[in-house]
Design a protein around this ligand. Sequence first.
Ligand code: ZN
Length: 237
Amino acid sequence: MAAVLTGLQSLVHDFLALIYPEHCRACGGELAMGEEVICSHCRIKLPFTDFHLHPKDNLLHQVFWGRVPIQLATAFLLFQEKGRVQRLLHQLKYKGQEEVGEVLGRWHGAALKVQPDFSSVEVVVPVPLHKSKLRQRGYNQVASYAKAVAAALEVPVADDALRKNKLIRTQTKKNRQERWESMRLLYSIHKAELVHGKHVLLLDDVVTTGATVEACADALLQAGASAVSVGAIAYTL
Ligand SMILES: [Zn+2]
């Protein structure tokens, strides 16, 4: 019976795909039979960084030098304006296309799984959204990516380890130190027991200045994480 149902389901799926073809979230072209979320052409053309092959010395790792001790740093893709990566992230963040995060997370996770450095990771922590933002969007755009990476690494996701606090806006112009202070207050630990004594892989969608990651990593280390590594879907040069 189950086999019949599965056969029926796939028949219905194929039929629907014929009437409403799915489109590639990177180029907008129609997906061919058997293609999922991102077309084969885009999959070949994506700008991979290969940072995970040298996770202790790459452009993303260097972002944190002198700021916060980061064990390993990996970003799957290079962010390019008006390029495929920007379109993918736009779909993930603003169009409810959580499957983009899932596909990229599975792919990135598989690459990390065979890299011995990452075998010491014990828990995955996604950068949190503020609860009002979460209500508004309905999902954290990092969640599906984090879940897929964690599944590939066979470790749990601690999505409530960190909390994003309410941003207090002030009229006064802040200097560098004050900006860092307010950034640091933006993220705090919520459930320290989930990360205490553990090697945490902190995940975000895009890393640009590294300020968010720095604030989160700082909170995790203060909560007793034994080490913090960083992973992202994309890195902006
Ligand atoms: Zn495509």
